[in-house]
Design a protein around this ligand. Structure first.
Ligand code: ADP
Length: 303
């Protein structure tokens, strides 16, 4: 059945993205908490209708590693997109406390299975793999969202992709500078996956903007420099090799999803008992502490 605004009770704002605001809402008929993303598009109704129809494919994107889609509607040139509410938010905000290798393996495994499902079952290439598009809940589940499903929607969003953090593969950065669009393949997503793992492992984006004088210098480092690596002191040779196989500069040489799943890092991780939910609690607690301002000591009373 179709969702509409009248059925929703608005709750807190969950965050702001490049294209709009995400709010927590309650779907009253079913009592299900959802996340609703508002995307403002100055388009005529016919185009908006086409987008809503294209998004319908998402009802088939049901897998343990994919954020569930509940439905979309539009009101006055805004598209409202309703999805599963993930109560621990996005991974970029959880990595601060550090990510031990067993949890990193669970994250990597979930992301690869999610990406492989999208490709094999729905013939979808994600195109925007990065830690902000990986959502987590307190059960310890890790799921992908925000994949490029609607051609109309993608065309309508002003792609301001050259931000201060690019997850784009070297061949895409090069291709785009030659205006050679439309060369997106699965292997470009594999690069972004590897870069996301580095960011999660390091606790920061590996090409920090403050290191480079401008975006051009930063993109040049991605295209011409050596790919980043997981820190030796924190991660095993296997984990480091896995990420290195994602970050080969030549897209032809990058590992496939099958190879990544069969690699000892992930095959071994599956045999481990990993308390991902416990890690999520610790990461949330760390974030809560980090964001609570330390109390200002009272001013000495002048006598
Ligand atoms: P971006 O455009 O940067 O990918 P989004 O617009 O997708 O960002 O989301 C903005 C923020 O809202 C995210 O960083 C995340 O913290 C929060 N958010 C998005 N979707 C959900 C969801 N399904 N459940 C909970 N929080 C979400």
């Amino acid at each position: 059945f179709a969702i509409n605004m009248g059925q929703l009770q608005l709750d807190e704002e969950l965050g702001k993205g490049n294209y709009g605001t995400v709010k927590k809402v309650l779907h009253k008929p079913t009592n299900v908490a959802m996340a609703m993303k508002e995307i403002r598009l100055e388009l005529e109704d016919a185009k908006l209708n086409a987008i809503i129809m294209e998004l319908d494919v998402l009802h088939r994107a049901v897998a343990p590693e994919i954020v569930e889609f509940y439905g979309a509607f539009f009101i006055e040139s805004c598209v409202y997109y309703c999805m599963e509410y993930m109560d621990a938010g996005s991974l970029d905000k959880l990595q601060g406390a550090g990510v031990p290798e067993d949890v990193l393996g669970r994250i990597a495994g979930s992301m690869v299975r999610g990406l492989k499902f999208l490709k094999d079952d729905l013939n979808i290439i994600h195109r925007d793999v990065k830690p902000t598009n990986v959502l987590v809940n307190r059960k310890g589940e890790i799921k992908l969202c925000d994949f490029g499903i609607s051609g109309e929607l993608d065309k309508s969003l002003a792609k301001t992709n050259i931000g201060c953090q690019s997850y784009m593969a070297p061949e895409r950065i090069k291709g785009e500078s030659q205006n050679n669009l439309g060369t997106y393949t699965v292997s470009s997503d594999v690069w972004s996956l590897g870069l996301s793992m580095i960011e999660i492992g390091l606790g920061q984006y590996p090409y920090p903007p403050e290191t480079y004088s401008n975006v051009f210098a930063q993109l040049t480092a991605i295209v011409h420099g050596d790919p980043p690596e997981l820190p030796e002191e924190k991660y095993s040779e296997q984990a480091r090799d896995w990420v290195a196989q994602c970050l080969r500069k030549d897209p032809e040489r990058r590992a496939s999803y099958r190879e990544l799943l069969d690699h000892p890092f992930l095959a071994g991780n599956l045999k481990l008992e990993v308390d991902t939910a416990g890690w999520v609690e610790r990461a949330l607690e760390y974030r809560r502490k980090a964001s609570t301002p330390t109390p200002v000591p009272p001013l000495p009373q002048s006598v």
